[in-house]
Write a protein that binds this ligand. Structure first.
Ligand SMILES: Nc1ncnc2c1ncn2[C@@H]1O[C@H](COP(=O)(O)OP(=O)(O)OP(=O)(O)O)[C@@H](O)[C@H]1O
Ligand SMILES: Nc1ncnc2c1ncn2[C@@H]1O[C@H](COP(=O)(O)OP(=O)(O)OP(=O)(O)O)[C@@H](O)[C@H]1O
Ligand SMILES: [Mg+2]
Ligand SMILES: [Mg+2]
Lengths: 267, 267
């Protein structure tokens, strides 16, 4: 069965679209047949990344890998219709006529929606990025200021739990949940320790694996207009060499890919 | 008439709630009668900030200024009812019985909603923060990769234009639109210049004033659990002294306040 990889977090601006795009490119780079699904159709950051990539490829003929298929869905106002649209898009993208993708990378909006909930319920792997910030942590769990302890899960954790239930009931399947610290800085040692500690406690309670994640690096965003990632820089048609910072960034991306267990069938 | 200050950007995680809270505290610090309205009731970051502040004040009796009133609205599913709820909340917060606020700071979600659109239509001042990122710029305007020029306005710019129309038709009033670069870093000179150039061109076209904004500083987020800002640190009950970085942060906040023209009547 194809592997559905969802990038989700109800908190805005945690890096969902950025990570969805970078994972899709990394998987294509590794030779896998990948399709992409944008469930944040109104904002469409992932769609824009892919349109920009196609535009760049048209100009430069650099041999850039492009997803086998891409769909973008925006809310229709009808929750049932939205859920059906998600099912339909996934079926299409993984069908032989639709491109035969074995992995579908799904981007979701930073808000609650029928499209997002349905997407989450299909996940084999759910990747949740967040900033190293107590404000971001708040959608996962409430923390008590006096004791610095976790009080209870918050609304996005509840949404993921419901998705896990939906998945289990649908086909007995499991969602592998990975939480990823994103936009990490070298500074603020105290804040970093605090986040690592709280997330470390939360993982076993909510059922997710914590991975170190990506640092704040302009290379993860400055190539947006060309739809490129640092992995594309050394291609013939692009022709840039990698700096030290790029190499560290590439290692961060590789560590992320390694943590995603795509399953033997896909490999 | 009371001054309605809306913090808006359909793009997620640009710093809306953080800035809404810091502006509210800064205005109360300056002695103004302030109320707060959270139109992102499901996520509730601004509400959580204020609840945490009240909790801290209960514990410590530090004499922290608290908003005269606070309301939180979440989508009801009925757009007309949502719009009426916004009107009602603003009327309540500015009424004598409701606290008599002369400034209402309104936080909005990082997504399109009836609550957010109605809030935008009431704005005297609209503050739009964004990251120094072409991905964030994309909701304001499409940029062509070959020419590095602005092609056309994007969906959030269109939403603001509609809000300006709604405001003009309602009472002939004007929305002062301020765009604020947030989470700025000292590094990445090329990217910073690029963003400054593109936003500089976009300002006159879309009708906003660009201000330099806030740097990425952990002091803007590490006090979330206590509902504090750096402006509170020197109060008797809190008793911390300011570091050099705090002083620079305070100057950034002051520059932001200065740029907001609250109008003679409020002062
Ligand atoms: N590791 C990183 N290094 C540098 N910039 C980053 C990184 N991750 C994300 N960004 C930038 O941070 C901002 C938010 O990222 P992104 O748009 O991918 O988040 P999102 O969760 O998809 O947001 P939304 O909730 O609006 O969909 C963007 O400007 C993006 O370019
Ligand atoms: N100037 C800053 N310095 C450091 N951290 C910041 C700054 N501004 C915002 N942040 C952090 O960035 C993240 C996003 O900020 P915030 O939640 O205020 O954005 P938002 O636009 O309200 O997001 P949403 O779209 O989810 O409502 C939070 O983790 C916040 O603590
Ligand atoms: Mg996104
Ligand atoms: Mg917010």
């Amino acid at each position: 069965a194809p592997h559905i990889l969802v990038v989700g977090n109800e908190k805005g601006g945690t890096g969902k679209s950025t990570i969805a795009f970078h994972i899709a490119v990394a998987l294509m780079d590794a030779g896998l047949p990948v399709a992409t699904l944008d469930l944040d159709g109104r904002q469409g950051s992932l769609t824009r990344y892919i349109e920009n990539r196609c535009g760049f490829e048209e100009l430069r003929n650099a041999g850039l890998p492009i997803p086998l298929g891409h769909r973008s869905l925006a809310p229709s106002g009808d929750a049932m219709a939205d859920a059906r649209a998600v099912d339909h898009a996934l079926a299409e993208l993984t069908s032989a006529e639709g491109g035969g993708a074995r992995v579908v990378v799904v981007d979701t909006p930073g808000s609650d929606s029928a499209l997002s909930r349905r997407g989450h319920a299909w996940a084999d792997t759910l990747i949740t990025p967040l900033n190293d910030s107590l404000v971001d942590l708040d959608v996962l769990a409430l923390v008590d200021v006096q004791s610095d302890r976790i009080v209870r899960p918050s609304h996005y954790a509840a949404m993921v739990w419901e998705a896990k239930q939906a998945r289990a009931q649908a086909d007995g399947g499991e969602i592998q949940w990975i939480v990823l610290r994103n936009r990490l800085s070298n500074l603020n040692a105290h804040n970093k320790r605090e986040m690592a500690r709280l997330l470390g406690q939360l993982g076993p309670r909510l059922g997710f694996t914590l991975i170190a994640g990506l640092s704040e690096r302009v290379i993860f965003r400055e190539l947006f207009l060309a739809g490129l990632t640092l992995l594309d820089l050394r291609r013939a048609g692009v022709g840039q060499s990698l700096t030290m910072s790029h190499i560290t960034a590439r290692n961060e991306l590789r560590a992320l890919l390694k943590a995603i267990n795509l399953g033997r069938r896909v490999r």
